[in-house]
Design a protein around this ligand. Structure first.
Ligand code: FAD
Ligand code: SF4
Length: 326
């Protein structure tokens, strides 16, 4: 670990001022709970001269009902998301994902916005400066080639935030502020499949809030992850599902993944399984969807194939549990 680089910290009171500060300095970064960012700064993975805390902006830490949906400020902590009984009842996938992040001390500081905007991860990147220097750095930061896919031109570092897939299956919309004002977008559009530039935020833009529609009666959702250390670890693969049944048939199904690609993925084709009975054939189709769209690379100490297989197994188990729940 390195010493923290020198930086100045600003705490603007309005979104306009925050956008002005962030767009005025190319390397400026938002600081939320700091549990992801500060660890990366200590590894020497960035040296921004300006950090901008959004904690003084109105509504950042609020949770409130809003026309058939719930608005979550980006500064709401994961501990609160995991502990609130009303959230667990309405949005089980979100509460379960928040409870599965890191350890209790991290969750008490870590925020929704910081989790969604977390940097991607790779065994060749999340290392100290001397380790990376000895290996000639890599494409993502300061280097020329990717050690995972040396023939390729893009970084395959894995997106490993737990909350994004849960919010995607719940149909969340991101509220973004920036120099041009505010805009809204489906959460999936916040991401692109590129480990070095996985967020689609423009210069000076930041996440203000998430808007999550209240699920239809009878909807069920959940989140499961596989990790190397059960008590505290990033997902090797994580799966969220939202299911609505009609008798013994699936009426609605949404599935999303994390840990396997450079961005969280809302799986294409899950909706086409609607109308099918919950049986072994349907669960096999769920597994196939996951296996085809998950694209793990050699970015963790665990093999890519294991992560693909475990994602499929988690998805089958989760869909079956949710569908059979009384
Ligand atoms: C030991 C350890 C274990 C961990 N395990 C997990 C895990 O299991 N699962 C998991 O998901 N994470 C894990 N993390 C990472 C991290 O703790 C969490 O993802 C946390 O939710 C990050 O939130 P934060 O508020 O601390 O973000 P910060 O660290 O403050 O920020 C993270 C990134 O998001 C950006 N950012 C923050 N807020 C905004 C915003 N509103 N708009 C735009 N950009 C923003 C920052 O600039 C930074 O790039 C772990 C970290 C550690 C150190
Ligand atoms: S996937 Fe390649 S470019 Fe990206 S962090 Fe890993 S080694 Fe670096």
């Amino acid at each position: 670990m390195e010493l923290l680089p020198a930086f100045s910290l600003q705490r603007p009171e309005t979104a306009e001022e925050a956008a002005r500060l962030l767009s005025g300095e190319a390397q400026a970064r938002v600081l939320a709970g700091g549990t992801g960012l500060v660890a990366n700064l200590r590894l020497g993975l960035a040296a921004p001269e300006l950090l901008v805390s959004l904690e003084r902006l109105a509504g950042m830490r609020d949770i409130g009902d809003e026309d058939g949906a719930v608005r979550f400020g980006a500064g709401v902590t994961l501990a609160r998301l995991a502990a609130d009984a009303k959230i667990a009842a309405r949005f089980p996938a979100l509460a379960q994902a928040a409870a599965a992040v890191a350890g209790p001390a991290h969750r008490s500081a870590a925020t929704l916005g910081g989790n969604l905007c977390l940097d991607t991860r790779c065994v060749y990147y999340n290392q100290g400066e001397s380790w990376r220097a000895a290996n000639g750095y890599c494409l993502k930061y300061r280097g020329e080639i990717c050690h995972v896919a040396p023939q390729g031109k893009r970084c395959h570092a894995a997106y490993s935030g737990d909350l994004a897939p849960a919010l995607m299956v719940l149909g969340a919309e991101a509220q973004i502020a920036g120099p041009a004002g505010a805009r809204r977008t489906p959460l999936a559009d916040l991401y692109r499949e590129d480990g070095a530039r996985h967020l689609t935020l423009g210069r000076g833009e930041f996440l203000l809030a998430l808007r999550v529609p209240v699920p239809a009666p009878g909807s069920r959702s959940g989140y499961r992850k596989s990790r190397a250390r059960g008590a505290i670890d990033f997902p090797l693969a994580g799966v969220a599902a939202a299911v609505r049944m009609e008798g013994d048939k699936v009426r609605e199904l949404r599935l999303a993944l994390t840990g396997t690609n450079s961005c969280p993925l809302l799986l294409a084709g899950a909706g086409e399984l609607a109308g099918q009975p919950l049986d072994a054939a349907l669960l096999e189709r769920v597994a196939k969807l996951v296996q085809r769209q998950a694209s793990p690379q050699r970015t963790t100490v665990v093999s890519a194939n294991y992560r693909r297989q475990v994602a499929a197994a988690l998805a089958k188990r989760l869909v079956s549990e949710l569908a059979l729940k009384r």
